[in-house]
Ligand binder design. Structure first.
Ligand code: MLT
Length: 276
């Protein structure tokens, strides 16, 4: 895996690439970074050119002055992903996979850069916008994280991210995610929280997404429940729906083999499909 970074629109964007083949982009969730895809990068990069960005503010990517107070919109993250493709000189349509907040970025990317998308994979995400209640909580959370640091958010978020059995029996898995969250910059969390609070409702866009789609969800995902993801799959014209057993929200980490295999099978099956 090779790390690259470049200056773009007031920040330094960092991304990792590995493998040769059709471009496949992995978009991480909140408040995480590209390392959440560690288990997927190696198997996928045997057949694909895997690109895993750190969204602005997260991992090794920086944030612009004022972003924590202003918020970063999904539009900005999507434009940054397009800039990563430009940095690599990739003009052919890419396969995009978005986990949770990465899925929100994916919806925006498809809206703005449809010609650059060959296929989409949605993992433990939502298409609906936030309710007023969630929106208000995000704004409070953004203010709190700047005052108190990441600790309280990590403590309250962590139990919601996993299947009960993962929480009870797999402390290593929980600790791995905990450490990603705790090293995330409070400003990135505030910026993304504000941006997510005002993201648009993507449900009306789904019927027009004509590319092949894979919808993946942990059977015990309490944040993006299977019923909600099944509705996303039903609204997408060419979607396959896969439930990931023994997993909650963090399915790529709780059951990495099933997620990697599903992505590999889906992406490999596209090889002879003409780009739409
Ligand atoms: C994520 O995992 O990215 C978050 O659950 C997204 C969110 O807060 O809506």
């Amino acid at each position: 895996m090779t790390r690259h970074s470049f200056q773009h629109d007031r920040v330094e964007l960092s991304y990792y690439e590995s493998g040769i083949g059709a471009p496949l982009i992995l978009l991480h969730g909140f408040p995480l970074d590209h390392t959440m895809w560690r288990a997927q990068i190696e198997p996928l990069s045997k057949s694909f050119h895997v690109i895993a960005p750190d969204l602005r503010g997260f991992g090794k990517s920086s944030l612009a002055a004022g972003d924590a107070g202003r918020g970063v919109d999904m539009h900005q993250y999507a434009a940054d992903v397009a800039a990563v493709l430009d940095d690599l000189g990739i003009s052919e349509p890419a396969i995009l996979c978005g986990f949770s907040m990465g899925g929100y970025v994916l919806w925006q990317f498809v809206k703005e850069f449809r010609g650059r998308v060959r296929a989409v994979a949605l993992c433990d995400t939502k298409a609906a916008a936030d309710s007023d209640e969630v929106r208000a909580a995000r704004i409070i959370g953004a203010e709190e994280v700047l005052l108190s640091g990441v600790g309280p958010i990590a403590d309250s978020l962590l139990p919601k991210l996993f299947a009960p059995a993962t929480l009870a029996d797999r402390p290593d898995v929980v600790a791995a995610v905990d450490s990603i969250i705790r090293r995330t910059a409070p400003k990135a969390i505030a910026a993304a929280g504000r941006g997510m609070a005002r993201r648009h409702d993507a449900r009306a866009d789904l019927p027009a997404i004509q590319v092949p789609a894979l919808v993946l969800v942990g059977t015990e995902d309490a944040i993006s429940p299977p019923e909600e993801m099944r509705d996303i799959a039903a609204a997408l014209p060419h979607a396959e729906f896969v439930e990931v057993p023994e997993a909650g929200h963090m399915s790529p980490i709780e059951n990495p083999a099933i997620v990697s295999n599903a992505l590999l099978r889906f992406a490999t099956g596209l090889k002879d499909v003409p780009t739409r």
